[in-house]
Design a protein around this ligand. Structure first.
Ligand code: GRG
Length: 303
């Protein structure tokens, strides 16, 4: 039951991405597409490299649970994955984390060069908002919900959200670990973009105040736990399984949970947050069965 539902959501994400981004061969302004073929190739390279699709699956599952329109959710889910992929491409650049591998293949700039990787990220980011706004215009019956969904995604991804967290993350390299600072970094760099799909789904489906509060609490606990686990995987994980190098945080002098409190206490903190995430779903009762199982699957992730 869970596996079928999960596969259904992932297929919806892949379909959304394929339908929103043209095939490279078809992409050229002369054929009616705004995206030139080479730019399309650089964007597709990272977008279709087989990520876990955590954020779009959260959006689809939450919208489904709340009885929202799944066609509207599908486009929003695709757009959100574009924003996430842009952030990975830019994060991997030499001016940031300078990584060679991501999602089991060479990073975007290793294949296309730094300039084109910056543009692939810029392209995905802007195209995501084109898709989100077109989605609102295409569904006048739910225009307000879809604009609110776009707005919450922009806020959580932007200068008060993921970009803010990334900025402090960079500023904190090779500095003394500090709990408040680390909490800010994790909340914004990671948890904001994992909460955005849940709140966006709430807007698409017209959630109540109590439902929004529960979605926010679930997203924040899950998001911070996900990041602590990411820090732990960098220390203890398997590079082949992860599809990227390990041990990089220590090498870069990153502020992480293991650097602040050690591996054992990081594991304890993560376990506590996963429990809080599960508890936050209480208000939805049985309807939250998929989100509950999905969170449980993320909890033991090896990649
Ligand atoms: C460049 C503004 C800007 C932000 C970058 C995503 C990010 C912020 C940095 C990547 C490094 C990192 C450890 C981020 C924390 C979030 C995280 C664990 C991202 C990886 O997400 P997954 O595991 O990746 O969902 P896949 O490839 O499965 O989609």
């Amino acid at each position: 039951m869970y596996q079928e539902q999960y596969s259904r959501y992932v297929s919806m994400v892949e379909e959304a991405l394929e339908s929103l981004l043209p095939q490279t061969a078809d992409a050229c302004p002369a054929k009616g597409h705004a995206i030139p073929a080479y730019l399309c190739e650089t964007m597709r390279y990272s977008l279709l490299a087989g990520g876990k699709r955590v954020r779009p699956v959260l959006l689809l599952a939450a919208c489904d649970m709340l009885g929202g329109d799944m066609e509207q959710a599908k486009t929003a889910a695709g757009a959100l994955e574009m924003i996430h992929t842009y952030s990975l491409i830019h994060d991997d650049l030499p001016g940031m984390d300078d990584d060679d591998y991501r999602r089991g293949r060479l990073t975007n700039h290793k294949v296309y060069g730094v300039g084109h990787a910056i543009l692939a990220g810029d392209g995905l980011l802007n195209y995501a908002y084109e898709c989100l706004l077109k989605n609102a215009l295409d569904h006048p019956q739910n225009m307000e919900g879809l604009v609110r969904a776009a707005s919450v995604i922009a806020g959580r991804a932007g200068v008060g959200g993921m970009v803010a967290g990334q900025s402090l993350d960079l500023l904190s390299e090779h500095t003394e670990p500090d709990a408040d600072r680390l909490s800010y970094i994790h909340t914004h760099k990671t948890a904001d973009l994992l909460t955005a799909p849940l709140l966006a789904a709430g807007h698409i489906a017209g959630a109540t105040k109590a439902e929004f509060e529960a979605l926010e609490a679930f997203g924040m606990s899950l998001g911070i736990a996900f990041q602590i686990d990411d820090d732990l995987l960098d220390v203890e994980g398997d590079a082949a399984q992860l599809g990227k190098q390990t041990g990089m945080d220590a090498q870069r002098g990153k502020m992480t949970w293991p650097s602040l409190v050690g591996v054992e206490r990081s594991r304890e903190k993560s376990a506590q947050l996963w429990t809080q995430a599960e508890e936050a779903l209480g208000v939805f009762g049985e309807k939250a069965w998929f989100l509950r199982a999905f969170a449980e699957g993320l909890r033991g992730r090896k990649k």
